[in-house]
Design a protein around this ligand. Structure first.
Ligand SMILES: *Cc1c(COP(=O)(O)O)cnc(C)c1O
Length: 445
């Protein structure tokens, strides 16, 4: 696969370089320079296959120049270790559960795939790859779990002391092995600044092959296309199987699908757009956000005004300047009208989100986390009678025990994995928010 930067469409880069760099040197984001487009018969031929098989097929189609057959198999096996089941709320509303990975959030798909790919690159190059990343919570957990025991890769996670939830902290400080957590005496911004400084540091660069694992990496985006493909090929919108008309001679498929995506940095939604570009039959996407609604605003009036983020109960979506927005603009050639035909915006405040959690529980006996509840609200508001809604469930409700138990004291049944994590022993190295301290840890470990 060849990629270009959103800031320069003329020059292309190979996949490995794009993954190791993360961000293009001109500051742009990498985009696939061409994606194949498939007819409905192709999509219908995937129906009935497992998520993992579909992942392998997509990697074979897109990455055949970048990895050998064996390597593509190895990446699929390492990354796709859990399923993405669909649950029906009613006849025309389904929830796609993306939270069955080790950190109980959809970011596990991207993080595990990127880790598996980095291991292959490390082996190809015969040197250890060092990942340095800053986290305010969730990303650190997904990255640490994704890379844990990945051969040829070591990971340093910088996080602000006392500013991540105790459960989140446990998720990336209890693993040990190739994962080292640095507890920085400072803010998240300090952590990000220190990560940047590592890349500029001559001493560190002399001894380590550094890369980052942030959410804009193309290796995190590609695997996220797969669960859209998985769900929609099973839903069979509009009768993708052209050879099976019903008695009246029409397609026997189900209604067109609208995907509601709880969004923050818009990586998840962008992955859906890429799958759509390959011909996957999706009628429309819903960009569902909390009160951080710069993208819904853009979709309705064409003006994009990044803002400082506001805190909400769906905190993984508290983003005031979404990093994947440039990719969305690029996909639509900066044309807001074209984009707003495919994507409808919707946003909701915390009160509406809380009410939705209770409503869904009372009406369907289904428990949603606050992020998924925002997706549910978007689906309710923006899906027509003759369409079916697919809500992407981005996190397990047990990750947000305070919110859930305050609303529904008896609903939560904490998955054993979370219980195990909270029982684990925290191992972190306290450091001052200064490059000298960080450098010392990196060079000693
Ligand atoms: C990261 C995250 C989101 C937002 O995903 P983006 O790809 O950044 O839009 C939504 N829900 C949860 C639970 C998340 O962790």
């Amino acid at each position: 696969m060849k990629l270009y930067s959103t800031r320069n469409r003329e020059e292309t880069t190979d996949f490995r370089t794009a993954v190791i760099r993360g961000l293009a040197p001109d500051g742009g984001l990498y985009m696939p320079s061409s994606l194949p487009n498939y007819p409905r018969s192709f999509w219908s031929s995937l129906r009935g296959k497992s998520l993992k098989t579909k992942a392998r097929i997509l990697f074979d189609l897109l990455l055949d120049e970048d990895f050998s057959d064996t390597e593509r198999g190895e990446i699929t096996e390492r990354a796709f270790t859990f399923d993405a089941p669909m649950v029906s709320l009613d006849e025309r509303t389904r929830v796609l559960e993306l939270f069955h990975g080790p950190t109980l959030a959809f970011k596990d798909f991207g993080a595990r795939t990127m880790a598996a790919m980095m291991s292959v690159f490390a082996r190809q190059e015969g040197e250890t790859i060092t990942i340095v990343t800053a986290t305010s919570g969730d990303t650190g957990a997904a990255v640490a779990h994704g890379f844990h025991r990945a051969p040829g890769v070591e990971v340093f996670v910088l996080y602000p002391s006392g500013q991540v939830s105790p459960l989140q902290e446990k998720q990336f400080t209890t693993l040990g092995g190739n994962i080292t957590a640095l507890e920085v005496d400072g803010t998240f911004d300090d952590c990000q600044r220190l990560v940047k400084a590592c890349f500029a540091d001559g001493k560190i660069r002399e001894t380590k092959k550094l890369t980052t694992a942030n959410s804009i990496n193309i290796a995190r985006l590609l695997p996220q296309m797969i669960y859209y493909i998985h769900a929609i090929t099973e839903l069979n919108p509009g009768g993708m199987d052209q050879n099976a008309p019903d008695d009246a001679g029409r397609d026997n498929g189900s209604p067109p699908v609208v995907c509601s995506v709880p969004s923050g940095n818009f990586g998840n939604l962008t992955a859906g757009l890429l799958a759509h570009k390959m011909g996957l039959p999706v009628r429309r996407f819903i960009a569902a956000t909390n009160v951080n609604h710069v993208v819904p605003d853009y979709l309705s009036d064409g003006r994009f005004h990044p803002k400082p983020s506001l805190r909400t109960i769906s905190n993984a979506m508290d983003v005031g300047d979404p990093s994947n927005f440039d990719r969305m603009l690029d996909l639509y050639g900066q044309d807001q009208r074209a984009m707003s035909r495919d994507i409808h915006g919707a946003w909701f405040d915390d009160r509406q989100t809380r009410d939705a959690i209770v409503e869904v529980w009372e009406r369907y006996g289904y428990l949603m986390d606050p992020h998924t509840a925002v997706g549910y609200l978007g689906c309710r508001q923006q899906t027509a009678e003759n369409e079916q809604g697919l809500i992407l469930a981005t996190a397990h409700p047990a990750k947000f025990p305070e919110t859930i138990t305050s609303l529904l004291p008896d609903a939560l049944d904490t998955p054993t994995r979370l219980v195990e994590t909270s029982a684990g022993q925290k191992q972190s190295i306290p450091v001052r928010a200064h490059m000298d301290a960080v450098r010392e840890v990196l060079l000693e470990n």
